[in-house]
Design a protein around this ligand. Structure first.
Ligand SMILES: C[S@@+](CC[C@H](N)C(=O)[O-])C[C@H]1O[C@@H](n2cnc3c(N)ncnc32)[C@H](O)[C@@H]1O
Length: 218
């Protein structure tokens, strides 16, 4: 995994970044701190996706958001910045260590009062949420084997018009490589098929970053 899209060569990648909202100092410091984690840093979303998440959140007038897979807090920070006044984001992750870095960045950015971080398996955290159609936006970016289960918990809790955005759904191109039978690859194929066949939503797969599957509840 890499914060940079596999779909773009060097020239196109730099062009996209150069013509996208500049990364501010707080996100830049968070990226530096995340890089200190070594290979795990590849899990962080890239600058194009950061700007897109804030824009989508703002565009949708989101007051209630849920994130599955927080890591060091980049996507959560970008969603929190786009929330409508009094908007709230529930974050799910299993790692105290990685989310401690997230908490520092959220505090520095002044969005910590908008974020409710819940440590524990996301399947349990989602199942404990009230089954009311109140969520405006959900971002799924955690263990790939859990994606279909997270989606199934989220759809009944989405308000009509609400969105689920799932990350890594083109999986560096491996999604169409029949020779790749890795468990994560198979889980992502199952996710895309599940969302595409679900008549409760309208789904579009965007060739952005590592692939974003966006499903909007009818
Ligand atoms: C790809 S990273 C998330 C990246 C993050 N969205 C960002 O912008 O940097 C995946 C995260 O999912 C978390 N995770 C993995 N399995 C999980 C589970 N069963 N429940 C909750 N979180 C989980 C990991 O601890 C990790 O922080």
């Amino acid at each position: 995994m890499s914060p940079r899209s596999f779909l773009l060569d060097d020239a196109l990648w730099h062009y996209v970044v150069d013509h996208t909202l500049k990364v501010d100092p707080i996100l830049a410091r968070l990226t530096d701190r995340t890089k200190e984690l070594g290979a795990a840093a590849g899990m962080q979303i890239g600058p194009d996706q950061q700007a897109l998440l804030t824009m989508l959140t703002r565009f949708a007038g989101v007051t209630s958001a849920v994130e599955v897979g927080t890591f060091t807090g980049t996507s959560a920070l970008c969603i929190a910045r786009g929330l409508a006044p009094a908007g709230q984001l529930i974050c799910c992750d299993v790692s105290e260590e990685w989310t401690a870095i997230a908490r520092d960045a959220w505090s520095e950015a002044g969005v910590d009062d908008r974020i409710d971080l819940r440590i524990g398996p996301a399947a349990d955290t989602l199942a404990a949420l009230p089954v009311e159609p109140s969520i405006d936006l959900a971002f799924i970016d955690a263990d790939k084997g859990g994606y279909v289960g997270y989606y199934d918990e989220l759809v009944p809790r989405l308000r009509p018009g609400g969105w689920i955005v799932a990350d890594n759904t083109l999986w560096s191109g491996k999604i169409t490589d029949a020779a790749d039978q890795d468990e994560a690859t198979k889980a992502l194929r199952a996710y895309n098929a599940h969302a595409a066949a679900d008549e409760r939503v309208t789904t579009v797969v965007l060739a952005v970053a590592d692939g974003l599957t966006i499903s909007q509840k009818r």
